[in-house]
Design a protein around this ligand. Structure first.
Ligand SMILES: [Zn+2]
Length: 341
């Protein structure tokens, strides 16, 4: 086994070395900025990288307490607290599940926390997940902090696309773009860094569709794959369900609005796989562990029906984005699903 330490040892993120390198260099040059913006598609690992950066900034593993290490040691008390999300100097801001936006009150809370002295570390770190979900007042309020930051405050923002933020915010942050990875790269990373068995690594890497953050989440949280299984089982059963059973399913699924998005993503991938399977491209499908079922369903529904479902799911997602009630939108989708009598 290769025991040579990699440069970014301790970050636990493979494939984003370039982004990590930018961050390590700013630490080494003692030029850590007040605000960073991590950009890239959902689940690519933006939150994970922001979190590891916070950990590195607060790590106390170096024998010289004045030196900020460029890699987290993962063993000191500060590192462990950041990892377990209970470090008092790392604050997370995100949209509440029952709200449409990140609200100004949350940004005001951030400002009063940032004016306070740090409790344990040398910095006060604020991670704002999906910063584009701030409403206009919240964004303008945050601008104040970006214009006149407290000396020890670091803001780490994540957003799928930089264009979703106000130009006045963009001009005050350093952007850290993150790219999708190949399936092979993710598989190797899972096997080598996370010690995942080959077969499971292949499945997770395929489902991750380039998103390392999703892959890591699937490894860390068993329930992610269990949930996928149960949602695909439901999808397989729906064609034989009557109207009442379908409405019932819509009601259950829409109860957790946070999960509706992931559900639609999953179903979208399924029908996309069915299009591939109907066109003799079973080997290109993402749901590698369910190819038998894909083959059967492809024979039953055919490519045109699968394409129709993809359009239906996309318009369901659009409707929810435009604030149509999730249950109503899912009910419409359920009725669109093919029937087998
Ligand atoms: Zn440490």
């Amino acid at each position: 086994m290769n025991t040579q330490p990699t440069q970014a040892q301790g970050w636990g993120i493979v494939g984003h070395e370039r982004s990590i390198d930018i961050l390590r260099r700013t630490i080494a040059a003692q030029q850590v900025r007040h605000a960073y913006l991590f950009t890239g598609p959902p689940h690519i690992g933006k939150g994970l990288l922001a979190h590891r950066f916070a950990q590195t900034l607060l790590c106390t593993g170096n024998p010289d307490p004045l030196v900020v290490p460029t890699n987290p040691c993962n063993t000191c008390l500060a590192c462990r607290k950041v990892m377990h999300e209970n470090h008092p100097d790392v604050h997370t801001v995100k949209k509440a599940p029952d709200k449409q936006f990140i609200l100004i009150e949350q940004i005001r809370g951030l400002q009063s926390d940032s004016a306070r002295r740090t409790l344990e570390g040398r910095r006060n770190v604020f991670i704002i997940h999906n910063a584009h979900e701030m409403n206009m007042q919240a964004a303008n309020c945050l601008l104040k902090t970006l214009e006149e930051p407290e000396p020890d405050v670091i803001l780490l923002l994540t957003v799928p696309d930089a264009g979703l933020l106000l130009p006045t915010i963009l001009s005050r942050v350093q952007q850290i773009p993150m790219q999708l990875l190949t399936t092979a790269r993710i598989k190797i990373a899972l096997e080598q860094q996370w010690e995942v068995e080959a077969e499971e690594a292949e499945l997770i890497a395929a489902l991750a569709a380039g998103r390392m953050g999703w892959a890591v989440e699937a490894v860390e949280k068993d329930e992610l794959l269990d949930e996928r299984k149960s949602q695909l089982d439901l999808l397989a059963k729906l064609p034989s369900h009557n109207k009442i059973q379908r409405f019932d399913a819509a009601q259950r699924l829409s109860a957790d609005t946070e999960k509706v998005d992931a559900l639609l993503d999953l179903w979208l991938l399924w029908w996309r796989d069915l299009v591939l399977a109907s066109n003799d491209c079973l080997d290109l499908t993402v749901n590698v562990d369910m190819r038998d079922l894909l083959k059967k369903q492809a024979a039953k529904f055919g490519s045109a029906e699968a394409e129709r479902m993809i359009r239906a799911i996309l318009s369901t997602r659009e409707a929810i984005e435009q604030n149509v009630n999730a249950r109503v939108a899912l009910e419409v989708l359920m009725l669109d699903m093919p029937k087998i009598s």
